[in-house]
Design a protein around this ligand. Structure first.
Ligand code: SAH
Length: 219
């Protein structure tokens, strides 16, 4: 592994271990997820100028007015999907810089990821391939429609908040599939978990969160 991947100074293994212990203290229990946080180089997903802050438990700007989600919430959503069933086919809405995508790719058979901002979507395939990740398909589009051609999905993760759940997303869940998404207006968002059963959907409230909005159309 080269120095970039391993990190030095504020991106070193020691600093990453500190983040892992922080997440453990906040209630993340999956050793699988914690190991991914420890090994996936978050500093390579942010601007070089922000690399020294990549292992702080905070959201950071990634351009276009968007942010890389806080490590805790990435870990919490991943753990939720991992602990509730299989992750064969996973749909992610809001790829952003691709850090969450990278975590999912290590757990899933295949990840389908949709991002509405072309500048973010276009640079993702190369970044992921550079990390040896080859099971992700990225699309530039409005994720509120889901990705019908590859449905049904075992899991859907939405990384942006809306007042209501887009119906196509629930429709594209497989039986036994789970979806996690922040719902509600700014300042009052709640992370929700849905499970599709043979009879319908079960809905569960997880925790208060703060996400950027799920925006209509592409840019
Ligand atoms: N997990 C990402 C989160 C980025 S923030 C990361 O850690 O980098 C949420 C992302 O959702 C932004 O990149 C935003 O452009 C994208 N987004 C918002 N609305 C969308 C939509 N309708 N379809 C697809 N992506 C959307």
């Amino acid at each position: 592994m080269n120095q970039d991947l391993n990190g030095i100074g504020l991106t070193s293994q020691r600093v990453r271990n500190r983040l892992v212990e922080q997440l453990r203290g906040m209630g993340i229990v999956s050793e699988t997820v914690l190991e991914l946080v420890r090994t996936i180089p978050r500093h390579l997903f942010v601007d070089e100028a922000l690399a020294s802050r990549a292992y702080e438990n905070t959201a950071l700007p990634i351009g276009y007015g968007q942010t890389i989600s806080q490590p805790y919430i990435v870990a919490a959503m991943t753990e939720l999907l991992l602990s509730t069933g299989p992750l064969g086919r996973v749909l992610e809405i809001g790829s952003g810089c691709g850090y969450q995508t990278a975590l999912l790719s290590r757990l899933a058979g295949t990840v389908y990821s949709i991002e509405r901002i072309a500048g973010l979507a276009n640079r993702l395939p190369e970044r992921l391939q550079g990390l040896g990740i080859h099971n992700v398909h990225v699309a530039h589009g409005d994720g509120r429609d889901g990705w019908l051609a590859h449905a049904p999905f075992d899991a859907i993760l939405v990384a942006a908040a809306a007042p209501d759940v887009p119906a196509p997303l629930l429709d594209q869940l497989a039986a036994g599939g789970r979806m996690v998404m922040p719902v509600g207006p700014p300042g009052e968002q709640t992370l929700m978990l849905w499970r599709r059963t043979l009879e319908g959907y079960m809905e569960e409230t997880i925790q208060r969160v703060s996400f950027v909005p799920l925006v209509e159309g592409v840019s």
